[in-house]
Design a protein around this ligand. Structure first.
Ligand code: TXA
Ligand code: MG
Length: 346
């Protein structure tokens, strides 16, 4: 079924923008789908408490129904409505990092439908800081369930053009404002069990958490993938996310080692995913994904670079390996999944 997708550009003029929020709110309250920018990536929103509306999210994205959605809120009241048990750790983290790129997993309350939690007893909650996201939640008056606004298996969208490419004709409205800043999705921390565990790395790092709440663990699936026979704590971990058409392999080592390895595999007609400024030194078709050693710059560009790689089609791609500290860990996590966990130590 094809629908007419409204694309509305945020102008900065309050009167004009209010019309956009009014229309988007109307669509959300009527059970429709609206894509909108956040500080991390674009989200695809629906009324979280409307079972039929959230079912449309799964259909539009082609998302497996057991992969739960994050509920986006604009105030602390909402946290108590959606969760049956708000631990002190959650309050401390909310105070420090909300609004912002943090998603907390908590025990769900009865108003949260099973259809958005994949049948789990927990719910993922985030209070975004992006002005458009926050205004939309406030003005629509609904809690907004929103996964990233990409087709399942594609890189998350950081530009309106990505959303248009993936979802035009499948959703009611796209609010366009290319001020998405961070470029990778929110950090997910599970606070529903004894020891808090990071289920997805993002802008907020383990060190930043530990300063506020003490010991935090990192789920091993973040760097090693989901082992056979293990039920992942975030259902999304088991899906082949961020999968480019090409066969990507990460090469861990120096630039010189990287170049030597790629040159030695000339018969494969390889392309490279490399750091900024390296393309011309490599002499192979390249997509650059940010400055070496600069996790923030890499995070900002990684998804659009993976999309650019897709435009080049399939084939063999060798990728420079980012560091694994700070925000680089989030970039490494996305890349290693794009590479189906193929890493070669040079
Ligand atoms: O930055 C973000 O978080 C973006 C923007 C739009 O806010 N949203 C986003 O949503 O990345 P999505 O659906 O692409 O990723 C949500 C992840 C999935 O891996 C899912 O499995 C996990 O969160 N998740 C959701 N609810 C969960 C729960 N109750 N327990 C464990 N994992 C959960
Ligand atoms: Mg996603």
């Amino acid at each position: 079924m094809t629908v007419e997708t409204i694309v509305a550009n945020i102008t900065g003029n309050p009167k004009e923008d209010d019309k956009i929020y009014d229309k988007a709110g109307e669509i959300l309250r009527a059970g429709g789908l609206v894509a909108f920018p956040t500080e991390t990536v674009y989200g695809l929103g629906a009324d979280a408490l409307d079972v039929k509306a959230s079912a449309k999210i799964y259909a539009a994205k082609g998302r497996p129904s057991d992969n739960p959605l994050i509920v986006h809120i604009a105030d602390m009241d909402a946290l108590y409505k959606l969760s049956s048990e708000v631990p002190k750790t959650a309050l401390k983290l909310a105070e420090k990092f909300w609004p912002g790129p943090l998603t907390m997993i908590l025990k769900k309350s009865d108003i949260v439908p099973d259809s958005i939690t994949g049948g789990l007893g927990t719910v993922a909650i985030r209070m975004p800081s992006h002005k458009v996201a926050a205004e939309l939640i406030r003005k629509s008056g609904v809690y907004i369930a929103a996964p990233s606004a990409n087709t399942s298996g594609k890189p998350s969208p950081t530009l309106a053009s990505h959303v248009i490419k993936d979802l035009s004709g499948k959703i009611d409205m796209i609010i366009a404002d290319d001020t998405v800043d961070i470029g990778v999705e929110s950090t997910i921390i599970d606070l529903s069990e004894e020891v808090p565990a990071i289920l997805r790395p993002g802008y907020i790092t383990k060190e930043m958490f530990e300063e506020v709440i003490g010991r935090v663990t990192i789920d091993p699936a973040i760097t090693d993938g989901v082992k056979a026979g293990v039920v992942p704590r975030a259902p999304g971990m088991k899906y082949k996310h961020y999968a480019p058409k090409a066969d990507v392999t990460l090469l861990e080592g120096t630039f010189e080692q990287f170049k030597a390895y790629v040159d030695a595999h000339a018969d494969q007609n390889p392309s490279c995913l490399c750091f900024t400024g390296e393309a011309e030194k490599l002499g192979w078709p390249c997509v650059e994904y940010g400055r070496e050693g600069d996790g923030a710059d890499q995070a900002k560009h990684i998804f659009r670079s993976l999309r650019a790689l897709d435009e080049q089609g399939d084939g063999v791609v060798y990728a420079r390996c980012p560091k694994k500290d700070g925000l680089s860990m989030a970039v490494y996590n996305r890349l290693i999944r794009a590479a189906a966990f193929r890493v070669i130590q040079l």
